[in-house]
Design a protein around this ligand. Structure first.
Ligand code: HEM
Length: 204
């Protein structure tokens, strides 16, 4: 008989899907702006710029709410991999993703209300949410208010490092999202983790 626990409160699910929608919008418009070609526009340039700006402001606002909600509810603790044996658990988890899953071995980690994420999930979510996202958002905001960027940077235009960091962090988030969707299929069934993100209930 399958056992289930109520894992994700409504605010996390609402945050998650709004965040995903905004990031997909930013990806499509960001790709259109970066590889702009008047003969072959994915989204017409000025429209893509307007949508990208609005979605970026919405994402920065949502991110601020995410950080405050994580502090207030104590959910930030989920993102901290709990010692001892973090490295060992990362290796066991990584081996399962690479080999064990294809041999039908049981999932090495049992989700609980106290520790929702396995060690690899906790570390990667922490890096994305608390290291990569802030850099992407701050460089994006600097593009909206370029007067805050330095005039020159080692002889180059001051906006060059901002542009490079924005592009790199955006690319990391897109790569994360692709891997994250694949790893989302590694629950009890291929769709059970997606269902958890919709209804909040986790199935063992
Ligand atoms: C269409 C795109 C996306 C899909 C289908 C998706 C799917 C999922 C699923 C199934 C889970 C639950 C599994 C788990 O707890 O690990 C989850 C959790 C999570 N996702 Fe996504 N995701 C998407 C985009 C994103 C993006 C763009 C980010 C961040 C930049 C993100 C960050 C997270 C985080 C931090 C969690 C854990 C939330 C929590 O339980 O507190 N996701 N996602």
């Amino acid at each position: 008989m399958s056992e289930r626990i109520y894992l994700l409160p409504l605010w996390i699910r609402l945050w998650h899907w709004t965040n995903a929608l905004l990031i997909i919008t930013l990806t499509v418009t960001g790709v259109s702006l970066h590889f702009a070609d008047p003969k072959l526009p994915l989204v017409e340039f000025s429209l893509a710029a307007r949508i990208h700006d609005m979605a970026g402001i919405a994402l920065a606002t949502l991110y601020a709410c995410f950080v405050v909600a994580n502090i207030v509810t104590g959910n930030w603790w989920q993102y901290v991999p709990k010692p001892p044996g973090v490295l060992e658990r990362c290796i066991v988890q990584g081996k399962w993703y690479m080999f064990g899953i294809f041999r039908g071995e049981p999932h090495p980690y049992r989700v609980s209300e106290e520790a929702n994420f396995n060690a690899l999930q906790a570390i990667s979510y922490w890096v994305i949410m608390y290291m990569v996202m802030p850099v992407m958002l701050l460089t994006g905001i600097t593009f909206l208010m370029p007067e805050f960027a330095p005039d020159r940077f080692f002889g180059f235009d001051g906006l060059l490092p901002v542009a490079i960091l924005h592009y790199l962090t955006g690319t990391v988030i897109i790569m994360f999202m692709i891997a994250h969707i694949y790893l989302g299929t590694t629950g009890k069934t291929a769709t059970s983790m997606f269902k958890t993100m919709v209804n909040g209930w986790h199935e063992h």
